[in-house]
Design a protein around this ligand. Structure first.
Ligand code: PAJ
Length: 279
């Protein structure tokens, strides 16, 4: 496994990994790796001949009052896990490599980037689409792997790939959870033992939405109401949004149809967590 830090090194190493006819997979991450990230690596390993992973805490996707500076950074552990799981190349650039002074070009997927997390975190998805475009250009993968955990991110990146004709396939992998249902997230490291327990309410609220939908209820408003009731049982949890949306456009749907996306975001103490389920 090689670890490269500059764009020039990443470009030539990825060209070698692609070779004449090898399929290259890319797994973009911000590090602080857990089994969710590693599930993407394994999916890439199974579907591709060679696998590159990136580790870059991308400043442009963090708002001014968000956790960029305290985001967990566990580079040595991350490299060991990626090596164990058979990654061929790690691209871990510095902020200066990715955003040299004066860089002023951004990629924006209009409309869909302003919904769900985009509504709560203005500019977040502009940062995501810009950095993911750059990673795609630098590494030139045939397939790129993302988690359903970030359902809005998936919708926006799918649209970006289509709209900008990136010559690659986006592969979406299921949400990996702890045994008790909590969706794995790098931000779970921020939770105290108490908060960790409170955080389970997100999964319970989504379970309730599934249950109500399975009973034949077709009104999104009713599902949302049922979820909010569950969430209100945890006083330490402040709801950001509960929504039922079209998974492609992220627009609210008023009547629940098969495949609608039920999504929730909430602050557990100071930590913002998200989770979702396809109904
Ligand atoms: P990060 O939060 O590190 O997540 C990297 C990838 O892991 C994303 O595709 C995310 O959806 C996936 N992932 C996280 N938790 C998961 C879980 N519990 N189950 C399955 N997949 C999971 O998402 C980002 O980084 C950044 O926005 C990035 C795309 C790297 C751009 O900076």
């Amino acid at each position: 496994m090689v670890i490269v830090k500059t764009i020039a090194e990443a470009q030539s190493a990825c060209a070698q990994l692609r070779g004449e006819d090898r399929v290259l997979g890319l797994v973009p991450t911000m590090g602080a790796l857990h089994e969710g990230h590693l599930s993407l690596v394994r999916a890439a390993r199974a579907a591709c001949d060679t696998v590159a992973a990136s580790i870059f805490v991308n400043p442009t996707q963090f708002g001014p009052n968000e956790d960029f500076s305290k985001y967990p950074r566990t580079f040595d552990d991350d490299c060991a896990l990626l090596e164990r799981d058979g990654v061929d190349l790690i691209f871990a650039p510095t902020v200066e490599q990715m955003y040299p002074a004066g860089a002023s070009t951004f990629v924006v997927v209009e409309g869909v980037s302003d919904r769900l997390d985009g509504a709560s975190r203005p500019g977040h998805f502009r940062g995501v689409t810009t950095v993911v475009s750059k990673l795609f250009h630098i590494t030139g993968p045939h397939k790129a792997f993302f988690g359903q955990k970030d359902a809005a991110q998936v919708a926006i990146l799918r649209k970006m790939v289509r709209d900008l004709n990136f010559p690659l396939q986006l592969v979406v992998c299921p949400i990996v959870r702890e045994a008790d249902g909590l969706a794995l997230s790098s931000r779970n490291r921020y939770l105290s033992a108490k908060e960790r327990e409170h955080a389970l309410v997100l999964h319970r609220a989504l379970g309730k939405m599934e249950e109500v939908a399975a009973s034949g209820e077709r009104s999104s408003a009713r599902l949302i109401e049922a979820a909010r009731e569950i969430l209100a049982q945890e006083p330490g949890v402040r709801v950001d949004y509960v929504a039922v949306v079209d998974p492609e456009t992220l627009k609210d749907v008023f009547e629940v149809t098969d495949g609608a996306l039920a999504a929730v975001a909430a602050f557990v103490g100071a930590t913002r967590l998200i989770d979702n389920v396809l109904l």
